[in-house]
Design a binder for this molecule. Structure first.
Ligand SMILES: NC(=O)c1ccc[n+]([C@@H]2O[C@H](COP(=O)([O-])OP(=O)(O)OC[C@H]3O[C@@H](n4cnc5c(N)ncnc54)[C@H](OP(=O)(O)O)[C@@H]3O)[C@@H](O)[C@H]2O)c1
Ligand SMILES: *[C@@H]1O[C@H](CO)[C@@H](O)[C@H](O)[C@H]1NC(C)=O
Length: 353
């Protein structure tokens, strides 16, 4: 890139960043209160089996699975959950970074209850074959799942990329992997429900942030991929698919939560150093929530706000959002998206070995 161009670009980018930073800082500065949300979570969790005093002794530890629990919002939620359960839960972190996972697990209170343990499972969720391997492993080893938290994301660039299975990795992490985990682990959630326990699927994304889905081009394969198209439509994929999941599984609780601006690892992997620097600076200066703080708010929604089965749309403070903000799909639209998602999460022939 010629020097003049990159200079004017840098200038424009700085100005843009500054404006956006100020804007976000101003609009999101509602005083958050970490202490009180923590107290409320600690109190609320003590009323959920098996922690409630009336629960039977032989009930084993609850099971919480965090795909994307090695950084950011997922990490914050896993840490908050471990803290409030005193480590007495079977907590499974899924992601790629074993070093981060181990450090997080080491920071958890040590488990003392039967069945409670903390583990990491490596899974590159951009690949359907890896998702399947991980899901099969969980189906084989677990009898129930109480909480399935899905927050994986990885941004190297905003343009279209391709995995060895021929899929766009950002789309897979944002949507398809989450769909596959939810659909295929549903039997374990049903079992939890049958045992009279919580069974909740928790998606960290952006309820209401997507506008209209183009049902003629699901997956953006016909009319082409662009970052803005994805940004405009994809959050709605999650809203709509949860409506379909809820229709199929009336006893299960489905949550789609917007974490708000969280100082996470999301900008750490941008391939262009200048861009990465801007974004990280922007995160640090304007994003009000640490992963710890966000984790407590998101946990509040999981433990307390979403109190009965159905679909819950949650804001950054863990509260319900106004219903009119969410796209409500017709039955036909839900079916179309379901079929597209089932098709899009099949392990390709070449990948299965
Ligand atoms: N942060 C925000 O301000 C913000 C705002 C609105 C919405 N969101 C949404 O919230 C979600 C979580 O974002 P975040 O800020 O928590 O991101 P983050 O800090 O970057 O964390 C992303 C997580 O995904 C995992 N991951 C990345 N690539 C993976 C792969 N190939 N396979 C399996 N796991 C993978 C990472 O673990 P490994 O590195 O171990 O793989 C990490 O645990 C995203 O959907 C994001 O769009 C975030
Ligand atoms: C894990 O994350 C740390 C930073 O959080 C990074 O330094 C390290 O290279 C990562 N490891 C892998 C295997 O990606």
């Amino acid at each position: 890139m010629p020097t003049t161009n990159s200079t004017s670009f840098a200038l424009a980018a700085s100005l843009f960043t500054l404006t956006l930073t100020t804007y976000i800082y101003k609009t999101h500065r509602r005083t958050s209160n970490l202490t009180s949300i923590r107290t409320s979570n600690a109190n609320d969790i003590s009323h959920i089996p098996p922690y409630s005093t009336e629960s039977t002794q032989e009930r084993s530890a609850p099971v919480a699975v965090f795909l994307g629990g090695t950084a950011g919002v997922g990490r914050g939620m896993a840490e908050a959950y471990a803290k409030h359960t005193n480590g007495n839960a079977h907590i499974i972190l899924i992601g790629r970074n074993a070093t981060n996972a181990q450090a997080i697990i080491d920071s958890f209170p040590k488990p003392t209850a039967p069945g409670a343990k903390h583990e990491f499972i490596y899974c590159d969720a951009t690949l359907m074959a890896e998702c399947k391997r991980t899901i099969d492993d969980l189906l084989q080893r677990l009898t129930t799942i109480n909480y399935l938290v899905l927050s994986p994301m990885f941004v190297r660039s905003f343009h279209k990329e391709e995995t060895s299975e021929g899929k766009e990795p950002k789309l897979v992490l944002l949507y398809y992997a989450r769909f596959k985990f939810t659909r295929e682990l549903m039997p374990l959630m049903q079992k939890a429900k049958e045992a009279g326990e919580d069974a909740k699927v928790y998606i960290v994304g952006g309820p209401g942030l997507g506008k209209r889905i183009d049902y003629d081009d699901l997956g953006f394969s016909k009319k082409g991929y662009s970052f803005w198209k994805v940004r405009r439509q994809f959050p709605a994929y999650l809203d709509v698919i949860l409506q379909e999941f809820a229709a199929r599984n009336p006893l299960i609780t489905f949550i789609h939560a917007y974490p708000g601006p969280v100082r996470s690892a999301l900008a750490d992997n941008l391939e262009w150093p200048l861009f990465r620097m801007f974004f990280k600076m922007f995160f640090e200066l304007s994003f009000p929530f640490s992963h710890t703080e966000s984790g407590e708010y998101m946990l509040h929604a999981m433990l307390t706000t979403a109190k009965h089965p159905g679909v819950w749309s949650i804001n950054m403070f863990g509260e319900t959002m106004p219903e009119q903000k969410i796209v409500v799909a017709t039955e036909r639209e839900r079916k179309m998206l379901w079929e597209h998602s089932v098709e899009g999460t099949v392990v390709p022939e070449s990948a299965s070995s």
